[in-house]
Ligand binder design. Sequence first.
Ligand code: CUA
Length: 157
Amino acid sequence: MHIHAYEKLWLACSVLLILFLIGTVTYGAVGPGVAMVADSEQPIDAQNLDESERFADPGVEQVGENEYAAYVVARQFSFQPDPIVVPADSTVTFYVTSADVIHGFEVVGTNANTMVIPGEISTLTVETDEPQEYGLICNEYCGAAHHAMEGKVNVVS
Ligand code: CUA
């Protein structure tokens, strides 16, 4: 009789463990994983960027005395605009979105680096100093020509 009781206990434990594991996997898939895109604004329709006021013709605009907003579209396999021209000694906020798949946005040699997700707007603020030409690369695999997806960020006086 004792043996039977133990078997039931172990069976119950096994079932609980399985439910716990399923719960962990499910929660992990829909829970914290999605929270990574904390630096984005309101979602945007990736299929209709042409109808977006800010991304139909993306570019750099002055928004304050020394502040600029740079709107950038990443798509297979380029960045628009290219080059992205921003003034020296200023604060520049990049607003980056994708027209198709997930891309990366990394200004080479700096810590300016973000993932770019269709339907989301990644924002990133930098301080520019001296005039300099920077490379811009995609660091998320996005298709056959991922390795060739690059642009320029030109800091000008
Ligand atoms: Cu775009 Cu890799």
